[in-house]
Ligand binder design. Structure first.
Ligand SMILES: Cc1ncc(C[n+]2csc(CCOP(=O)(O)OP(=O)(O)O)c2C)c(N)n1
Length: 671
């Protein structure tokens, strides 16, 4: 390796980014220009990968938390032989290209996580690191095999300003995740100006206080210093932050070290000036010199050898460790038994007394954990309330990763992002748990889970005002509608034990998208079903509880309101034919054919009503101009029964509201 070649390799990364942003007339050239030397050192000297098998289990992972610098990773993946072609680079930011504006999981081979919303990537990386530690604890038996990879990433000022990163990195330090190594693009510039306007605490000391191993590289172009820091980081048992002083838009004579190099193309003149400044040919654009291609071809061969060695060792390991090998495939393939729903339903079959669905959830989770060794998760310091602790599951603790109960602490946002990290990694089926109100603290990772089709399970208890005395600060009203508004999210609000089993079964079996499970704090009356309903019927998301052909009114309810409406039926006029539909998952119902939907909820032939102790915004897509019996103001601190009365949600008052509406024939508001 000569200094000239090294410079060429680094400048190739820079100018692929510059040219792609220029061609798209959109994007962020500054970050890749400053970070190119890190890319060179990481991929050429450290990362173990196989471009032909981007999901190789023991690859080193790389997460670009500063997702706005997406051309950095696209350039690296292209040079390192992934299926990211020159055409793909030239299609940067175009519709359906492999090179979207920010990196998206599923879109690009080699992209480990969807990033862009700052703070998420580094927090996902904590999930990856814990996932791999937990995998190693189950597989490695006193050895460094088969799991000995590292989780690398690059984060920016914006990442470290976001609170979620503090939550996740605090936990990573506590848990001593020594397999996590982040390079911090410490360039002193963010989107709107220099960081001295906004961000002046000592970041290094902050990370030291979290329990991280922190190093500083004074010059982001000093490849040997970067290399040495990475070598040190690998050897240290703590998670590592390497703060690298870079120059945003390095090489651009007029725009370097200004926020103008951040969010827009350099412009024709500045591109020319930058190429001249760094001794790069002005033409052609998207230049990859032959010797640079040859260099990466050599590196690809080198890492291929490492991959092949691991594979043959792994084949021997599988033979010598049949039990672990079996567990490995169970985890890697997320194997579920064909009768999972029935087994989960059996765990609550004898529950005939009034019970809270969070308690049913506890029973179902114990069974699910027995069946699914990969099910792992925990709560944000709320196990005694959410009942999401797996008994006999063992605890995940610093230096000890064999358990399956993760104590996230009071860090909901970080918890959501860490759960997503597990889901991206793909060995464990992760769940989080907290109160439904605090889903507001988790919305960004929940949205990303849906966007990235992750197998994340978000459990929430205390699902309505009926949690009672804690009052409106803790009583969700608009949260159900808000979560249902996320495309591709499935929201389950079960009404009893059977539906709770259905919701967990559906969430575990739904591997290509997240599920939200919403449980009550308060006890619910058991449902009376005209016909026994099997768990698979409940898993379809909706069914009739009573047998009423050609109804005058169809009342749809979820969760706690199903038994309440059942009790309300006695208060209707005797001649009125009322069908009660339990709809634990609206999104599943909406997947039915139109005919199936109309058979259960006959638009135009019956009056339609939805009853849910929440803001009813989302119900209008099911009931059209029907009546929503819900809540359109904040709750109040009072016992459950008093609230039901005050909010007109007792059986008698619900029947009264519906009857009045039927008589008046008018469209009522949500009160
Ligand atoms: C949560 C979130 N808020 C705002 C943005 C918009 N945004 C993109 S990059 C950026 C800041 C860029 O500064 P820095 O993180 O230092 O990156 P650099 O410019 O150094 O590459 C902002 C505010 C975002 N992507 N995510």
């Amino acid at each position: 390796m000569t200094p000239e070649l090294e410079k060429k390799i680094i400048n190739t990364i820079r100018f692929l980014a510059v040219d792609a942003v220029e061609k798209a007339n959109s994007g962020h050239p500054g970050m890749p220009m400053g970070c190119a030397p890190m890319g060179y050192v990481l991929w050429s000297r450290h990362l173990r990968f196989n471009p032909k098998e981007p999901r190789w289990a023991n690859r080193d992972r790389f997460i670009l938390s500063a997702g706005h610098g997406s051309m950095f990773i696209y350039a690296m993946l292209h040079l390192c032989g992934y299926d990211v072609t020159m055409e793909d680079l030239k299609s940067f930011r175009q519709y359906k290209s492999k090179t979207p504006g920010h990196p998206e999981f599923h879109d690009t081979p080699g992209v480990e996580a969807t990033t862009g919303p700052l703070g998420q990537g580094i927090s996902n990386a904590v999930g990856f690191a814990l996932s791999q530690r937990m995998l190693a604890a189950r597989m490695n038996e006193g050895a460094n095999f088969p799991v000995d990879n590292f989780i690398y990433g690059i984060c920016s000022d914006g990442d470290l300003m976001e609170g979620v990163a503090s939550e996740a990195c605090s936990l990573a330090g506590h848990l001593k995740l020594g397999n996590l190594i982040f390079l911090y693009d410490d360039n002193l510039v963010s989107l709107a100006g220099h960081t001295d306007v906004t961000f002046t605490e000592d970041r290094d000391k902050r990370f030291q206080a979290y329990g991280w191993h922190v190093q500083r590289v004074a010059d982001g172009n000093d490849v040997e210093a970067i290399d040495k820091a990475i070598i040190n980081a690998k050897a240290d048992p703590r998670p590592s932050l390497i703060s690298v002083r870079t120059v945003l838009g390095y090489g651009a004579p007029h725009k370097a070290n200004t926020h103008e190099a951040h969010g827009s193309p350099l412009g024709k003149d500045e591109v020319k000036a930058t190429k001249e400044n760094l001794g790069w040919p002005l033409e052609p654009a998207f230049l990859v010199p032959d010797e640079v291609r040859q260099f990466w071809a050599g590196r690809i061969e080198e890492v291929k050898k490492g991959y092949e060695e691991w594979q043959s060792k792994f084949a021997r390991w599988q033979k010598q460790n049949p039990d672990r090998s079996r567990l490995w495939s169970q985890l890697a393939n997320c194997e579920t038994p064909g009768d999972l729903p029935e087994q989960l339903a059996a765990s609550v079959a004898n529950a005939t007394a009034p019970e809270a669905t969070r308690k049913h959830g506890q029973s179902v989770l114990q069974k699910a954990a027995q069946i699914m060794p990969g099910l792992a998760g925990g709560s944000a310091d709320l196990d005694p309330s959410t009942f999401t602790y797996v008994k006999d599951g063992g605890d995940v603790a610093p230096g000890s990763y064999g358990g399956r109960n993760i104590h996230f602490g009071v860090r909901e946002h970080g918890m959501g992002a860490i759960v997503n990290g597990f889901a991206y990694d793909g060995f464990f089926v992760p769940y989080s748990a907290t109160f439904l109100l605090f889903s507001d603290y988790m919305r960004p990772p929940m949205r990303l889970a849906a966007l990235s089709q992750l197998h994340s399970i978000f459990v929430f208890t205390h699902d309505s005002i009926f949690l009672g005395e804690d009052g409106p600060t803790h009583q969700p009203v608009e949260q159900l509608a808000a979560i249902r508004a996320i495309p591709h999210m499935h929201v389950w609000r079960p009404a009893d034990g059977l539906e709770t089993a259905a919701s967990w079964a559906a969430a575990i079996e739904r591997k290509d998208g997240p599920s939200t499970l919403v449980f009550t704090r308060q006890k619910l009356q058991p449902l009376q079903r005209a016909k026994p309903v099997d768990v698979r019927a409940a898993m379809r998301g909706a069914y009739a509880l009573n047998d009423v052909p050609q109804p005058d009114v169809v009342v749809i309810a979820t969760g706690s309101e199903v038994s309440t409406v059942q009790a309300a039926l006695q208060y209707f006029d005797k001649g009125l034919k009322v069908r009660l539909v339990s709809m634990p998952c609206v999104e599943r119902f909406l997947q039915w054919t139109g005919d199936e939907q109309r058979a259960l909820v006959p638009h135009g032939r019956a009056k339609l009503v939805a009853v849910e102790a929440a803001l009813g915004l989302d119900w209008y897509r099911i009931i059209g101009d029907g009546l929503v019996v819900g809540i359109d103001r904040f709750g109040a601190s009072a016992p459950e029964k008093a609230l039901a009365d005050a909010y007109d949600l007792t059986p008698q008052k619900i029947a009264g509201r519906i009857s009045k509406w039927l008589v008046e024939g008018a469209r009522a508001n949500t009160r």
